[in-house]
Design a protein around this ligand. Structure first.
Ligand SMILES: Nc1ncnc2c1ncn2[C@@H]1O[C@H](COP(=O)(O)OP(=O)(O)OP(=O)(O)O)[C@@H](O)[C@H]1O
Length: 252
């Protein structure tokens, strides 16, 4: 039934009845959740709950058996991985895929979206636009004073930030991160929380994380997965005191 007067809310990402079956085993089972504009959503849950599979489904790496993933009105389940990237979804995997032999500047530069072939004055204009964007992003990821150093010399945490920067260069409206602070020092973890809070001014972020202190620092809302389904959802305060969550996840 349609309600007159209040149009349905427009979410940035609407996942509905999403299911994927691997040889009959439902890793994600009739899952629905909604992400707002400018939201940091964290997905938590025990090993094997289906967290990584959800990100794989959103970025098109894995194809859904049933259900829908709408992003800005576009149906992602019908699109290829590269179309999904072009539509504004960026995904960072756990292991950094940066080029150690290149400088920070070059790593960011090669990630700048390629336009049509340009020449003459247009090339000059593009070069300036790339340099400006590289500078802007390098400041957000705390590497502005290291732009001309080789990426090989960065710490583990700085490499993670560089990879986030390589995604930010493309200006995605949804950025998905799989355990971004794994292996980071405490101070790097605090700076990563600061980084995420800066970048959500223009986008939303979907994070998988096990580090509960970090989750408390960043999450606007937490979705707890268990056996491919939602066990609990809401503020960190709400989910951490939910007896079901304590039993299957936080109590261990
Ligand atoms: N391509 C695949 N083929 C078969 N089974 C798969 C495939 N991908 C994932 N699975 C299974 O689906 C379940 C969910 O895996 P997933 O990696 O999404 O869990 P997770 O919540 O990310 O766990 P972790 O915290 O350990 O990374 C697991 O039982 C896994 O073995």
């Amino acid at each position: 039934m349609t309600t007159i007067g209040t149009p349905p809310k427009d979410y940035l990402l609407a996942v509905e009845a999403l299911t994927v079956s691997f040889d009959g085993f439902k890793a994600v089972n009739d899952l629905s959740f909604y992400v707002d504009e400018n939201e940091i959503r964290v997905i938590i849950g025990p090993n094997g709950a289906g967290k990584t599979t959800v990100l794989d489904l959103i970025c098109g790496k894995t194809k859904a058996t049933a259900g829908s993933i709408r992003f800005r009105g576009a149906e992602l389940t019908k699109m290829s991985e590269s179309q999904i990237v072009l539509s504004g979804v960026g995904r960072k995997f756990q292991t950094p895929s940066i080029y150690d032999d290149l400088t920070i500047f070059e790593n960011l530069e090669i990630s700048y979206p390629k336009g049509r072939s340009v020449w003459g004055a247009l090339t000059f204009k593009r070069d300036q636009a790339v340099r400006d964007r590289v500078e802007e992003v390098s400041e957000i990821i705390f590497l502005k004073d290291k732009l001309h150093e080789r990426a090989a010399f960065l710490s583990h945490g700085q490499k993670q930030w560089l990879e986030i920067g390589m995604l930010l260069i493309q200006d995605p409206e949804l950025l998905m991160l799989d355990e971004p602070v794994a292996g980071m020092s405490v101070s790097e973890r605090i700076k990563t929380a600061e980084l995420l809070n800066t970048i959500i001014k223009n986008r939303s972020v979907l994070v998988i994380e096990h580090d509960m202190k970090f989750v408390e620092d960043i999450a606007h809302k937490v979705t707890v997965l268990h056996q491919g389904k939602i066990l609990s959802e809401g503020s960190m305060q709400k989910v951490k005191t939910d007896p079901k969550v304590v039993e299957v996840y936080l109590g261990h």
